[in-house]
Design a protein around this ligand. Structure first.
Ligand SMILES: Nc1ncnc2c1ncn2[C@@H]1O[C@H](COP(=O)(O)OP(=O)(O)OP(=O)(O)O)[C@@H](O)[C@H]1O
Ligand SMILES: [Mg+2]
Length: 235
């Protein structure tokens, strides 16, 4: 039986150079799977391959039984893959409301209903609704980036280092909200993270990446083992 989101034997890279080496995993609805690994092992490249910004040279990506491995990024978004890139990439000159409007384009039918939901998950956005996004704090911008992906009602959500550059108390808030979204909206979440506290707190399973491959699948409890983590992340 294949998983709700099934990634199988994925290979790809930049300009003929291969970064990803037969990456396979599955994510079920409502589940948070963490992907950890040192800098430069290919975590972002994997995310980009899943949304279609890096072409696959081998493998397949199926969501809810639909093969998307060679579909364009906007088609994958319409089919239910939501993506929050590393560094957030919100539109700083646009307001919070306008950023959300951009996110809603992938699924206009559900946007009105989802808009109410995302401000419930991230109430700070309501207070900042007419503010230019670039003037907000890093934590607020990250919440906007997640909300912008969520507003098109994705079936799976790809989050690339949502804790990066954010103060610890907000990291906890964002982590708990991600977990709540997965559980309540039955969304499968792929969480790329180097913040092991966040991974231990919200992930139900974990994969370790090294040199473009998945090399281990420790239990979240094992992530409390500092020595093991040091080995995985080569700290
Ligand atoms: N646009 C690009 N063109 C060519 N090579 C790239 C490009 N982006 C990344 N790479 C290379 O691909 C490899 C994987 O990089 P990637 O950004 O996927 O790693 P990462 O695990 O996300 O790292 P980090 O933890 O620093 O975000 C690295 O060797 C990197 O130099
Ligand atoms: Mg990265």
């Amino acid at each position: 039986m294949s998983a709700f989101f099934e990634v199988s034997g994925v290979e790809g890279g930049y300009g003929g150079g291969r970064v990803l080496n037969s990456v396979s995993f599955g994510i079920e609805r409502g589940e948070v799977l963490a992907m950890i690994g040192r800098n430069g092992v290919g975590k972002t490249t994997l995310m980009r391959a899943l949304i279609g910004l890096v072409p696959l040279s081998a493998g397949s990506i199926a969501l809810d039984g639909v093969e998307l491995g060679h579909a364009k990024p906007y088609v994958r978004a319409q089919q239910g893959i939501g993506y929050v890139p590393q560094g957030r990439e919100i539109f700083g000159m646009l307001t919070v409301a306008e950023n959300l409007q951009v996110g809603a384009q992938a699924n206009r039918a559900q946007a009105a209903e989802m808009k109410a939901k995302v401000v419930e998950y991230f109430p700070i956005l309501k207070a900042r609704y007419r503010q230019k996004a670039g003037t907000m704090s890093g934590g607020e911008q990250q919440q906007l980036a997640i909300a912008r992906a969520l507003i098109s009602a994705p079936k799976v959500l790809l989050l690339d280092e949502p804790s990066e550059g954010i103060q610890p108390s907000i990291v906890t808030l964002i982590g708990d909200t991600i977990q709540r979204i997965a559980r309540e909206a039955r969304i499968g979440v792929l969480l790329v993270e180097q913040d092991m506290g966040m991974v231990e707190r919200i992930a139900s399973r974990c994969c370790v990446m090294d040199k473009g491959r998945i090399v281990d699948t420790p239990s979240p409890a094992q992530l409390g083992d500092e020595q093991l983590i040091r080995q995985y992340l080569a700290l």
